[in-house]
Design a protein around this ligand. Structure first.
Ligand SMILES: [Zn+2]
Length: 225
């Protein structure tokens, strides 16, 4: 449910009714550790300081996962905190929470309303979208993509924008349901949280080194790559 593997075990569950929090403590029970940089099995050095990750709410209680993550002692890379199966490298949220947050962001009328539903702030919502893009790009090779469609999507009153990049060749073939699936996957994979600079009125985003910039009055014109 949390995304633990056999190396991790839940050692404590506390329900804090006053704070409406469910706190799970997990501990590493695996044999040995793997260097997060080079993947070599190595000795455990010690445990890093306690960290917490927000997980999916349970019965409207915020669920917080807490752990002290082991640090590996690699001959090549030195001392590193190992990767955990439930979360990305620098995230304060579990992968399941982030996946749910993306669904809420896609369904909501604005980033702000999604952030309120998720009880996170606007910039955190942006970070979650950015990490979803990075994960999508890691999963998918861009070498086969020949034609890229760039579109701009506005939410609500048009104060929040995202740039959506689509593989045109892949999205123009296949059944209707298939292409719908691809489009929503593309939105998850390629949606870039675009920072709107209020004074200049300019929007820009980055996708895998490709810089997308909309100049001028933030019109809804479509750029083509
Ligand atoms: Zn290493």
């Amino acid at each position: 449910m949390v995304g633990l593997n056999a190396d991790w075990s839940v050692t404590d569950v506390k329900l804090d009714v006053a704070e409406k929090m469910l706190r799970l403590t997990v501990e590493y029970v695996g044999q040995g550790v793997v260097c997060p940089d080079c993947g070599t099995s190595c000795a455990m050095k010690d445990h890093a300081a306690e960290r917490s990750w927000r997980h999916l709410d349970a019965m409207q209680f915020q669920t917080i996962l807490t752990a002290r993550v082991p640090r590996s002692h690699c001959n090549e890379c030195g001392v590193k905190t190992i990767a955990v199966p439930w979360s990305g490298k620098h995230s304060r949220f579990t992968l399941l929470f982030e996946a749910f947050a993306i669904e809420v962001l896609l369904a909501a009328s604005s980033i702000q309303s999604a952030a309120e539903l998720l009880r996170i702030d606007w910039s955190t919502a942006q970070e979650i979208m950015k990490r979803a893009v990075e994960r999508g790009l890691q999963r998918r090779s861009l070498e086969d993509v020949r034609h890229v469609g760039i579109d701009e999507k506005s939410f609500g009153k048009g104060q929040d924008y995202v740039s959506v990049m689509t593989d045109l060749d892949a999205s123009s073939s296949g059944s209707e349901s298939g292409s719908h699936h691809r489009v929503s996957q593309s939105v998850v994979e390629y949606t870039v949280g675009v920072a709107a600079e209020e004074d200049s009125g300019c929007l820009h985003g980055h996708v895998a080194g490709l810089r997308v910039q909309h100049r001028g009055e933030c019109s809804k014109s479509t750029d083509r790559a």
